[in-house]
Design a protein around this ligand. Structure first.
Ligand code: APR
Length: 310
């Protein structure tokens, strides 16, 4: 195929991402992992599914980076997942070192690629990838808001017994406990959910969304969510590969937008061939703005921790 996407980390999120990219026939995929045989085995298994799934995307598995050269997009899922009871922030040191290593290797061979960061703690990992790659800010994007808003949409659809396709949800802020789902801008067939549900019910769905990752971790017991995270990463990749100019909530490096400077935080962005082509600024109420600044402060704290650990 004429597009190539490298997925680093062939674990649950990475392998499912490779599967979705291939089955949507968006690109060839290079799947990389440090574990010997793992990316090769999963890639071969996916190639052998292709005749049944009817696609001609090729999936190549490797422990080295040579085959990734010239990728259009690099999706980084390498890291260790959250264990039950562990916060995303506990993961920070291990995943920081992994992120540094894989970004350096991949960026060197694909200097024009767009980086999509998936590893947690997300906002902090975006900073590591941004600093390590030296890529411009439009080509380093964090996957968080698409996942968080998909969770919110799923809960809204279940609550109102409507098609998920009718739902739209808006989530701002960091990918953590301070994330900021915005009910005013969350709709069913264009109708704000504030017209359709009680304030208490909305509050319950907002809290469930904030704890969405933790809820899955405590059910799975080993490992964390991967079906929805991989779907979210692939929606972003598709928007870039097809130059769709799609507006999606993503972690972006802000320089003054929303009054935030020098920080990756979740905001609505326009995704196209150049990566982030625009940051959409919406008007927030005083309360919403205060909550966003609080979320930004939490990310700032994480970034400060990173600097101490580095
Ligand atoms: N280079 C390449 N791959 C690596 C490296 C490295 N330096 N270090 C670890 N990996 C690989 C592991 O070998 C493993 O196969 O990353 C993979 C991670 O897969 P899983 O443990 O299955 O974790 P997963 O559920 O896929 O989550 C990955 O995404 O959603 C986030 O919080 C999650 O940070 C975690 C990441």
């Amino acid at each position: 195929m004429d597009k190539k996407v490298t997925v680093i980390g062939a674990g649950n999120v990475g392998a499912t991402t490779a599967q979705r990219l291939a089955e949507k026939e968006l690109c060839d995929v290079v799947l990389i992992d440090i574990a010997e045989g793992l990316p090769q085995g999963k890639a071969l298994d996916l190639v052998e599914a292709a005749p049944i799934e009817k696609h001609d995307a090729f999936i190549h598995g490797s422990n080295t980076y040579a085959a990734s050269a010239g990728s259009d997009i690099i999706i980084i899922t390498a890291g260790i997942p959250r264990k039950p009871g562990m916060s995303r922030d506990d993961l920070i040191k291990t995943n920081m070192n992994i992120m540094k290593g894989v970004t350096a290797e991949a960026a060197r061979l694909s200097p024009d690629a767009v980086l999509i960061i998936v590893s947690n703690p997300l906002d902090a990992m975006c900073h590591v990838a941004f600093d390590t790659s030296g890529f411009p800010k439009n080509r380093v994007i964090g996957m968080a808001g698409v996942l968080d808003s998909a969770r919110f949409r799923a809960f809204i659809a279940m609550e109102l017994n409507v098609s998920v396709e009718n739902t739209h949800a808006f989530v701002l802020g960091g990918h953590g406990d301070t994330m900021l789902p915005l009910p005013r801008y969350s709709t069913v067939a264009g109708i704000p959910i504030t017209e359709l549900m009680s304030a208490e019910k909305i509050e319950a769905l907002v809290n469930r969304t904030r704890n969405g990752g933790g809820e899955i971790v405590s059910l799975l017991k080993t490992g964390s969510a991967f079906y929805a995270p991989s779907a979210a990463a692939v929606e972003m990749a598709e928007a870039i590969l097809k130059d769709k100019k799609k507006i999606l909530p993503c972690a972006a490096y802000l320089e003054g937008e929303y009054g935030i400077n020098g920080l990756f935080i979740g905001v609505p962005v326009k995704l196209g061939a150049k990566g982030i082509e625009d940051i959409v600024q919406i008007k927030l109420t005083d309360d919403e703005n205060a909550a966003l600044q609080k979320s930004a402060d939490a990310v700032k704290g994480l970034v400060a921790d990173l600097k101490k650990l580095a």
